[in-house]
Design a protein around this ligand. Structure first.
Ligand code: ADP
Ligand code: MG
Length: 728
């Protein structure tokens, strides 16, 4: 026995070791399916390359003739790599990605076959997309929306298809996707941040937002997942009793990655490498069968595309390995859910991370400027951030006694808190030379370059500064990062514009020196944004009370949270920055609120079905067994049978109680659904689903889970938590 066991362990370890060759091979694969700079040099003229460069750097348009040239080069490369089709790849408001494949192949007028893909096909397409959500912008009868090439995200080959990242807009110009507003917000942020960065370095010509996401997920055996209608239809378990062992031992988090999972991860990483997704880390997460994957950070638009693509690749690779990936924020009750941390920062064209403290007081003043402005932006628009991460599935995570709460706050650590406290004391107006020296030497000058001390990290904060970037941890694992990133970019852009105006104002009117003016404005911002800063335990009840006192919002459900998007403040912000028009805002709101209703509706139906058609009949079957048993005992023990059959009789009664509670719950829930469906307003309907339908879920589940504990394991039809979570 022992030798077998050791042999198995040896094999497992051997399989999990990456050889040097494998690592080298993998780096050689990087970007090989991406039409990157190297391929452009090979396949495009200098003129075409310059046009793409100008489009990326300056947002310049690419004219049709050049587009033709680019298309020819791209096609040649793609066909050489075995591609037969091309598609405009875009991110509609459903949250996933969409594609419609067209063959390169076309017949020419003389009947011969040619391969056709020109500038027209590259630049613009009109997918027959009448059923993508559009929130009333685009009349379904017209179905006039088109996709247009986004040259800032390179084309790639996926399978045998050349995928061209695109935006998706209505003919009237309104955005129908996640990418369009993101690109607009990046543009704004660039303009605003570059103007401020020039205070410190005149050579800065462009500022990019950077994003490094961390994707959490569960991996479940495919056939086991397929045996659960709730996992298949709703992406989460709607019932299921907790297994005796959950995550209490923390053994999964520190444990080695199971071999089968490791094989999946390797295969996945290989695919990612080909597609240019720079995946770097992988590890187990807190819950059993929960894992995380993170790439090296990239320019935000590309990072968003890569995350969307990754989720698709993860699904496909999982299928090959007989796994199902669960992206849902809370697939299992009672154990950790999944998130998608969004690490965000700002990088200049000169290669400087604006949120990284530097080695000189001047560099640190630059750091503090961007740092404090970000905090102020979050303070002023916390409700918009909350709204940007709202979804039916993320509601199970936010504020539901788990990381992070539905209250948005900023954690900065004790060192920076101290720095801000000192800055708050800066004199109003012109600073004395002595004060300036003191500040530069002892406060600003003393910010350590790398503040990555792990002991100073607060895992319960939804928005934490982690040394050289902010980490928005409240994003849901199913989410498209575009939405929260659009909001973050927008509010920081707005804030930086205001900052620049105020500083310039002080320089002009009060004749302050530039750094005096900056210190003065920052001091006011520190005071004004204090309430958003919180260093304590974000999960505690005490924080909820405290946050309420501070006037911070605490929207626990999606319908509540989404309302912020319609506020005057939000509409003004997005309209002034030309990121979203009021029509686009309204359309997005409707789509999200309707999606919420549909998600809860589906869950209600699935739960009703499982409870009534799987759980109750099984319980009755078992109850009949017990009844037969009691009858038998009565035959043998006659008058004494009640004593002998006491437990069984009790069980029979208990089962009846649970069955009737379940039935009652389903009936009432169905009625609540019918009432909600009668409501005309989409908003009212969402609130009704949230407040009158959803509460039945827990009630029904409670009784089903009790039955799971009573009924014979042999006849219980649903795969149990312990089997879903511990099968490796
Ligand atoms: P953790 O938060 O798990 O301790 P790290 O601090 O190493 O891990 O980084 C987490 C993520 O932050 C990585 O995915 C990385 O890509 C991202 N990241 C690092 N620097 C930046 C940056 N300047 N901008 C955006 N993301 C970044
Ligand atoms: Mg993290």
């Amino acid at each position: 026995m022992a030798t077998l066991r050791f042999q198995a362990l040896h094999d497992a370890q051997h399989r999990s070791m990456q050889t040097i060759e494998e690592i080298q091979r993998r780096s050689a694969l990087f970007n090989s399916n991406v039409f990157d700079q190297q391929k452009m040099e090979q396949y495009l003229t200098r003129e075409a390359r310059e046009a793409i460069h100008n489009a990326i750097e300056k947002g310049a348009n690419i004219d049709r003739k050049i587009a033709d040239q680019i298309a020819i080069g791209m096609k040649e490369w793609a066909i050489g790599k075995g591609a037969t089709h091309y598609t405009h790849w875009f991110q509609p408001l459903t949250g996933s990605t969409a594609e419609k494949h067209d063959a390169f192949f076309e017949t020419s007028s003389d009947g011969s076959a040619i391969e056709k893909f020109g500038g027209n096909q590259l630049a613009q397409q009109e997918p027959d997309a009448s059923s993508f959500p559009h929130g009333g912008i685009r009349n379904t009868f017209e179905a006039r929306g088109y996709t247009a090439w986004d040259p800032t995200s390179p084309a790639f080959i996926y399978g045998t298809t050349l995928c061209i990242p695109t935006v998706f807009v209505a003919y009237t110009g309104e955005a129908l996707d996640n990418k369009t507003p993101l690109l607009r917000s990046l543009q704004c942020l660039d303009t605003a941040a570059t103007a401020v960065a020039k205070y410190f370095d005149k050579n800065v010509t462009k500022v990019y937002a950077t994003l490094g996401w961390e994707q959490e997920y569960f991996l479940i055996d495919k056939s086991l997942a397929a045996s659960r209608p709730d996992l298949m239809m709703a992406g989460r378990t709607l019932l299921g009793h907790a297994s005796a062992k959950g995550q209490q031992l923390d053994d999964h988090y520190f444990g080695s990655i199971p071999t089968r999972v490791l094989n999946y991860m390797r295969d996945l990483e290989q695919e990612c490498m080909l597609l240019g997704i720079p995946v770097k880390t992988r590890h187990n997460e807190v819950a059993p069968n929960q894992f995380e994957l993170a790439p090296i950070f990239e320019e935000a638009n590309l990072a968003v595309d890569h995350n969307s693509l990754l989720m698709d690749v993860m699904d496909k690779v999982a299928d090959r390995h007989q796994f199902k990936v669960l992206f849902h924020e809370k697939p299992f009750a009672g154990i950790n859910g999944s998130g998608k941390h969004n690490n965000w920062s700002l990088a200049t064209s000169t290669g400087v991370n604006l949120l990284s403290p530097g080695s000189t007081p001047m560099k640190n003043l630059q750091f503090l400027t961007f740092f404090i402005n970000t905090i102020k932006a979050v303070h002023d628009y916390e409700e918009l951030i909350r709204a940007s991460i709202a979804s039916a599935s993320n509601d199970h995570r936010l504020g539901a006694n788990e990381a992070p709460p539905a209250i948005i706050s900023v954690f900065i650590g004790s060192q920076l808190t101290h720095v801000l406290d000192e800055l708050e004391k800066v004199t109003d107006g012109k600073l004395s030379p002595q004060e300036k020296t003191e500040l530069k030497l002892n406060v600003v000058g003393k910010i350590p370059e790398i503040l990555l001390d792990n002991t100073d990290r607060n895992r319960t904060s939804p928005f934490a500064f982690t040394g050289n970037k902010f980490e928005l941890r409240a994003v849901g694992s199913t989410a498209n990062c575009a939405n929260p990133m659009t909001v973050l970019n927008a509010i920081v852009a707005r804030q930086l514009m205001d900052f620049k105006n105020e500083v310039d104002g002080l320089i002009d009117t009060k004749k302050l020196k530039k750094d005096d003016a900056i210190f003065n404005v920052l001091r006011e911002y520190i005071k004004q944004s204090k309430t958003i800063r919180f260093e304590g335990d974000g999960y505690g009840e005490a924080w909820e009370k405290e946050a309420k006192k501070r006037g911070l919002s605490n929207h626990k459900t999606t319908p509540e949270a989404l309302k912020a998007n319609l506020s005057k403040k939000a509409v003004t912000l997005f309209e002034e920055l030309e990121i979203l028009t009021p029509t686009e805002i309204q359309a997005r709101y409707e789509i999200q609120i309707e999606e919420y209703t549909m998600k809860v509706q589906i869950e209600g139906r699935v739960l009703g079905d499982i409870a009534r058609n799987h759980v109750i009949p099984t319980a009755i079957k078992y109850q009949n067994l017990l009844i037969d048993n009691v009858k038998g005992l009565k035959e043998i023990y006659e008058a004494d049978f009640k004593k002998v059959a006491k437990e069984q009789i009790q069980l029979i009664e208990d089962i009846s109680i649970h069955i009737s509670k379940i039935n009652q719950g389903i009936n009432e829930m169905t009625q609540a659904r019918k009432d909600a469906n009668k409501l005309k307003s989409a908003e009212k309907k969402a609130f009704a689903y949230c407040n009158t339908v959803k509460p039945y879920f827990d009630e029904i589940r409670y009784h089903c889970d009790k039955l799971e504990l009573m009924v014979d394991d042999e006849i219980w039809p649903l795969t149990k938590y312990r089997e879903l979570l511990f099968t490796k």
